[in-house]
Write a protein that binds this ligand. Structure first.
Ligand code: PA5
Length: 430
């Protein structure tokens, strides 16, 4: 099985190898800080060793809760926002099938709480009226307005549908072990719950029960996810040669380009399945780095669709961008283009080629074109969309983000800026 690889050769058309090496050396110390625990936000470093501290017992517990949920429900509503939503949705999408909802035994996983649209919530209630439903409420703090409000409304609906006792068997909670309003509700109502480790922050919690329970409900092999993360954890250790640590190389490549004046990082994928993973990445880097006036602005594109939307801007707009491409080596299925006698669409030149071959070449062409146009390109390649590769990719991104944020001398694990809107909303609503 081939592992995740990173290719940064294109950035050397913009910066010198010496400059890269200086930053790489500097960030090597930041990587070490993640392990020694002497950096900022040291009480939130639980995610660093999660791959090896996640016990078989916890995996079994999560799998058995997932089975219980699947036995009683066909529709599972997962309530959460930010780190309590994006990672779970990213894994469910990346490892699911695009059109599985057309299959007869499909378990519908619906995410809520990331909006408080009256129409979304009321249509959700209507649409699930006659379906066996379960709720998973996720909030580490247990106090976040949007998911807690959604939980209040949907919990009431569940009690209305199934009675208080019936609802109790259909509501599952993931929250801090001992703090927050959601934990108090669990104590009072007796809902089944799993705890979110207090030393793992929201956007680094995807490999805790926060991501693993929804993933297990979706039928994903969570043991393999953790194995993938574990393999990456070993490759990112501070005792590994810096030129062989993919997260350190990625962090150094984007950091040196930031120091050269680039302001935006675009994360590009060609797989619709990976769209949500890029959204998770956007939150990870945005909330971890964007503080004290620093940080690359993280933005995302999905190709080829965005080549015909924002591609012009990337190629010819202000030269303030870098691009990181996530590539998948092996597709799960194969479609080969056939030759046609009439060749009216003039596509016979692609005959006998697979769609993934064509897609890979288009993605490669985009990297060449963007690099020529002054948008330096980093390429990250995973083997295929399976649990092991996604586990690797998740840990790789988290580790690179921690290193890169330490390189900016900011605390990667707080989000003081988010509290500003919360306070404003609070004063408007009270
Ligand atoms: O990364 C973070 O810490 C945040 O994005 C949180 O995940 C988000 O605000 C949701 O918080 P909570 O899980 O406490 O409801």
């Amino acid at each position: 099985m081939q592992q995740l690889s990173i290719d940064i050769k294109n950035i050397f058309q913009t910066i010198s190898p010496e400059k890269f090496e200086t930053v790489l050396n500097e960030l090597t110390e930041c990587n070490r800080l993640l392990e020694t625990g002497y950096g900022q936000g040291r009480d939130m470093l639980g995610w660093v060793n999660l791959p090896e501290t996640t016990t078989q017992e916890l995996i079994d517990q999560i799998n058995s809760t997932a089975k219980k949920i699947n036995d009683i429900a066909d529709v599972i509503i997962v309530i959460g926002i930010g780190g309590s939503y994006l990672g779970a949705k990213a894994m469910v999408d990346a490892l699911g099938e695009n059109f599985s909802y057309l299959k007869p035994d499909y378990k519908q996983i619906i995410f809520a709480g990331q909006n408080i649209s009256e129409d979304y919530i009321s249509e959700l209630i209507q649409a699930t009226q006659n379906r066996r439903t379960a709720l998973i409420a996720v909030s580490k703090s247990g106090n976040t307005l949007e998911p807690m409000l959604t939980f209040r409304i949907l919990r009431e609906e569940m009690q209305h549908r199934y009675g208080v006792e019936g609802a109790r068997k259909r509501i599952f909670v993931l929250t801090d072990e001992s703090k927050g309003s959601l934990r108090e509700i669990v104590w009072k109502e007796g809902y089944e719950s799993l705890s979110v480790p207090s030393n793992v922050g929201g956007r680094y919690s995807v490999l805790t029960s926060v991501g693993l329970l929804p993933a297990a409900v979706a039928g994903i092999n969570i043991k393999e996810l953790i194995e993938g993360a574990k393999a990456m954890r070993v490759r990112c250790s501070s005792n590994i040669n810096k030129l062989e640590n993919p997260a350190l190389i990625y962090a150094a490549a984007r950091s040196v380009l930031y120091r050269e004046g680039k302001q935006i990082e675009i994360l590009a994928c060609c797989e619709p399945y990976l769209k949500m993973l890029t959204e998770w990445w956007k939150q990870l880097f945005g909330e971890s780095e964007g503080k004290l006036g620093k940080g690359l602005y993280p933005s995302t594109v999905t190709y080829p669709s965005d080549l015909h939307a924002i591609g012009q801007y990337i190629q010819d707009g202000p030269r303030i961008m870098i691009e990181t491409a996530i590539k998948v080596r092996q597709s799960r299925s194969t479609i080969e283009v056939k030759s046609e006698i009439e060749n009216l669409d003039k596509l016979n030149y692609l005959a006998n080629k697979s769609l993934s071959h064509i897609s890979r070449n288009i993605f490669e062409a985009v990297s060449i074109a963007h690099t020529k146009g002054g948008v330096p390109n980093i390429s990250i390649e995973i083997q295929r969309l399976d649990a092991h590769s996604i586990g690797e990719l998740i840990y790789f991104m988290e580790r690179a983000c921690g290193i890169s944020a330490y390189g900016l001398n900011v605390n990667p694990f707080d989000q003081p800026g988010v509290d500003v809107y919360k306070k404003c909303a609070d004063s408007l609503l009270r």
